[in-house]
Design a protein around this ligand. Structure first.
Ligand SMILES: Cc1ncc(COP(=O)(O)O)c(C=O)c1O
Length: 395
């Protein structure tokens, strides 16, 4: 039977990263990967994670399964991190949380529950969006619609077209929104735009599905959650998929959570029962290591302070790199690259053609996705200068 299978093409991003790794040119610049890198090009283990991990190694006496809902401390702390401890939904107990294998698992569990709640729900995805959204949510059987998001010509969010497209949203649909640090474009909604989206969803009777995979990496943990908190205050139901991969640096530990905000505590509990059912069908119990570490950090004032400080330093580093790149590109090319400094998080499009991206790769050993998406964290001050000169060349 397996002989009948057709070979799937390799994942294009992972394939490109492998090509970059194999490049022997000493001055190569790899901006393809989707992980935070420090100034030495290392994806670091944060100090709070090291400390919590050391405690865990000392304390752990069993590898028995976690409860299906996840680590107790993690499940208690995550909603407070995402929504804030004084959020009305948290205070009134109108929410439930399930630990998931990463943000991917969180999105998948959210879509499984959504498909049970309304099998004919359409999921509205921004254009562009993270390429994994469609396969991850679509294999549940949900249909998609697209709404305009980023304008390549103006290098900014096209909010007018976004709202025009979202006029097509029907009651019972779900609208996927990036909580912050939009992947791949880095352009986020501001407070008044979030408000307009909240008004539209309320008017339509549609539910937001908020993917928040970069909380803390845009401005800070509170500011980055502004949109999700606002929607969870104003709408009766909100689905949230949170990841601890980037902000805790726990990538391989597969740590995330789906949070259901509902009209009543009873509905939150029913949604959780569906999420537990979906998890049982898919993988049964979640992995323990990362969630126990994140739960420990969020439950200990010292560890939490260490984590928050280090996260803020990472974010500051990326903001400085953005400002530097924006200035160097504008000077070298005499074009306006100020959008690079305005955008948030790890990713931005540089607005180059595929031919220019390939020339950068072939002639200058600079690797980015064909869409010209870069990971800002792959830069250092020296690389930024070289990148700006290479881009001047291909332009
Ligand atoms: C927008 C977005 N959502 C979700 C995820 C999933 O993250 P995880 O690695 O925690 O599954 C990612 C990871 O790159 C992402 O970029």
């Amino acid at each position: 039977m397996l002989a009948n299978l057709a070979r799937l093409p390799k994942d294009s991003i992972l394939g490109l990263a492998a090509l970059a790794r194999a490049d022997q040119r000493p001055n190569k610049i790899d901006l393809t990967v989707g992980v935070y890198l420090d100034e030495n090009g290392v994806c670091p283990v944060m100090q709070a994670v090291r400390d919590a991990q050391a405690e865990l190694v000392f304390e752990e006496t069993s590898k028995v399964y976690l409860p299906p809902q996840g680590d107790v401390a993690f499940v208690a702390q995550m909603p407070k991190l995402v929504l804030g401890g004084s959020h009305p939904a948290v205070i009134e107990g109108r929410f439930s949380t399930i630990q998931t294998p990463g943000g991917c698992g969180a999105l998948r569990i959210a879509s499984e529950v959504l498909a049970v709640a309304n099998p004919s729900a359409k999921v509205w995805l921004p254009n562009p969006t993270w390429p994994v959204h469609e396969p991850l949510l679509g294999s549940v059987g949900l249909e998609f619609a697209r709404y305009a998001y980023y304008d390549d010509d103006t290098h900014s969010l096209d909010f007018e077209r976004m709202m025009r497209d979202l006029q097509g949203v029907k009651s019972g649909d779900a609208v996927l929104l990036h909580g912050c640090c939009h992947n791949p474009c880095g352009a986020d909604l501001n407070e008044s735009q979030w408000q307009k989206v909240a008004d539209l969803l309320l008017d339509r009777g549609a539910m937001p599905l908020i993917d928040i995979a970069y909380q803390g990496l845009g401005d800070d943990l509170e500011q980055d959650a502004l949109g999700v908190r606002m929607l969870a205050k104003q709408l009766p139901e909100v689905l949230i998929a949170a990841s601890c991969s980037k902000n805790f640096g726990l990538y391989r530990e597969r740590t995330g959570a789906t949070i259901f905000v509902t009209h009543t505590a009873e509905q939150a509990d029913v949604a959780l029962s569906q999420a537990l059912g979906a998890a049982r069908r898919l993988y049964s119990m979640p992995p323990a290591h990362g969630a126990i570490i994140a739960g420990k950090i969020l439950s200990s004032p010292q560890l939490e302070m260490s984590w928050r400080n280090e996260l803020q330093q990472m974010t500051q580093r990326m903001q400085t790199l953005r400002e530097d790149l924006s200035a160097q590109l504008s000077t070298q090319t005499q074009r306006d690259f100020s959008f690079v400094a305005r955008e948030k998080g790890m990713f931005s499009f540089l607005g180059l053609t595929v031919a220019q991206v390939h020339e950068l790769r072939d002639e200058h050993a600079v690797y980015m996705l064909d869409s010209s998406r870069i990971n800002v964290a792959g830069l250092t001050p020296e690389r930024t200068e070289r990148l700006a000169r290479a881009i001047k060349h291909v332009l």
